[in-house]
Ligand binder design. Structure first.
Ligand SMILES: [Zn+2]
Length: 433
């Protein structure tokens, strides 16, 4: 893209684009920059704090980080691949062209460490410390044991013979010998854990013949990561927490489990034996004044129950009742307003809801590479027996994308039309979109 020749006024245009919806605020003290920062209004909170996020700006129909455009303004070119745009003011969203320069990722990191922005000991994003091997507080076994497991997995012929497979798989046998669960070993073989550990041969181990045929490796603990104690703590604090979404996120981070796992505990789906006892201790109805009437809550629950698979239903319900989608989620899960009894007759029809498309679909999607015509061809030609791989090669798209089209995950309208036509007994390929 040559900005110098395409439009002589591109600088002025770009400057305007960067100025849109932004304000100037003083640069943080002590930073090696002059002049104020230019920050998007949407990233400034009511308290005047600045959310430390990158901002995106559209220019010439292209979406890029505001700082990248600022760098173009500053130097007359876009950063080349591998080149980082570094903020002198340490504000990710600042798009003052005098505050940015280019540098290598390494320089960026070193600078951030020097200025105390990230902890050099910390892992990705400077947030969660990544401690490997047995030093990790979540490690269930030691380096020595795991090194042997690795060795056995790599050299099964040196330890196991064919007779082992009659009773146990290789991983089961290793699990029995070393008292490790099969999922833990699977993670190791997939290099999801213990990745940097060197394999080492065992000093002494029972021979294969000494493994009893009916022996089993230790069973993985169900909900092993959460456990009854954590589940109880989690439930207890939840009703008292001010910022509940944050509370859920914190537990998920602390226990290294997904947010859904935490939600499952909170709504009684997992560890249901703990829930009633906690529930008895608290009167949830009086927790917080709520703007939704009892009928509204019943409507939300009944409507969701009747249409569990409708896309964006929660957002549409939230719009209808003037609350956050996360609150709708809590109502549906029973994490909020559990005093309200269910009433399936309170349902409303979907026509009364406003559904907003989450993204542009089909050809209008800014990343669309195919035309509806080509998608139709993919359906018809696959139905006629051509291999998905050949189609992927011909249309220059990935195999996954071909399968997404064939399964109706992408270009759903065309998929539906195709299914309809086949169902009606028409020859596929006759009707063109
Ligand atoms: Zn700045």
């Amino acid at each position: 893209m040559n900005f110098d020749s395409s439009s002589p006024d591109w600088r002025a245009e770009l400057e305007n684009a960067l100025r849109r919806n932004t304000i100037e605020i003083p640069a943080p003290p002590g930073k090696p920059v002059s002049g104020p920062c230019r920050v998007p209004k949407r990233l400034i909170t009511e308290d005047g704090d600045i959310i430390n996020e990158y901002n995106t700006v559209k220019f010439c129909g292209i979406m890029k980080g505001g700082h990248v455009w600022a760098y173009l303004l500053h130097s007359g070119r876009l950063p080349s691949p591998g080149e980082y745009v570094i903020h002198g003011c340490d504000r990710k969203c600042c798009c003052n062209s005098a505050h940015v320069r280019s540098g290598t990722p390494k320089e960026n990191h070193t600078e951030a460490v020097q200025r105390g922005l990230i902890d050099p000991q910390a892992g990705k994003g400077g947030l969660r410390p990544q401690v490997h091997g047995q030093r990790n507080p979540y490690a269930k076994t030691t380096n020595a044991v795991m090194a042997v497991a690795k060795w056995l997995h790599k050299n099964p012929h040196l330890w196991f013979t064919s007779e082992i497979s009659a009773h146990h798989s290789l991983l089961e046998a290793i699990g029995i010998l070393l008292n490790l669960t099969v999922p833990a070993l699977k993670q190791m073989t997939r290099r999801e854990s213990w990745r940097s550990l060197e394999a080492s041969p065992p000093q002494c181990l029972p021979t294969v013949a000494q493994i009893p045929p009916d022996a089993q490796p230790p069973a993985p603990k169900k909900n092993g990561k959460i456990g009854p104690d954590n589940a109880a703590l989690m439930l207890k604090g939840y009703w008292e927490s001010e910022d509940r979404p944050r509370y859920i996120r914190e537990w998920a981070t602390r226990l290294k489990v997904s947010i859904i796992s935490v939600q499952k505990v909170l709504c009684g789906e997992s560890w249901p034996e703990i829930e009633p006892q906690i529930a008895r201790e608290k009167n949830f109805a009086s927790h917080r004044p709520n703007s939704l009437s009892e009928r509204d809550v019943q409507t939300i629950r009944a409507t969701f129950k009747a249409n569990p698979n409708v896309r964006a239903l929660k957002a549409a319900l939230a719009r209808k009742f003037g609350c956050e989608p996360s609150h709708v989620q809590q109502l549906i899960l029973g994490l909020a307003r559990r005093d309200v009894p269910d009433d399936d007759s309170a349902i409303i029809s979907l026509d009364q809801l406003v559904f907003k498309p989450s993204a542009q679909r089909g050809e209008a999607h800014k990343l669309a590479v195919l035309s509806p015509d080509q998608v139709w061809q993919i359906h018809t030609r696959r139905a006629a027996g051509e291999s998905a791989n050949d189609l992927a090669l011909e249309f220059r798209i990935s195999l996954t994308r071909v399968y997404n089209i064939l399964k109706g995950k992408a270009w759903r309208e065309i998929w539906e039309r195709f299914q309809q036509q086949r169902g009606n007994g028409d020859k596929p390929g006759e009707g063109k979109p």
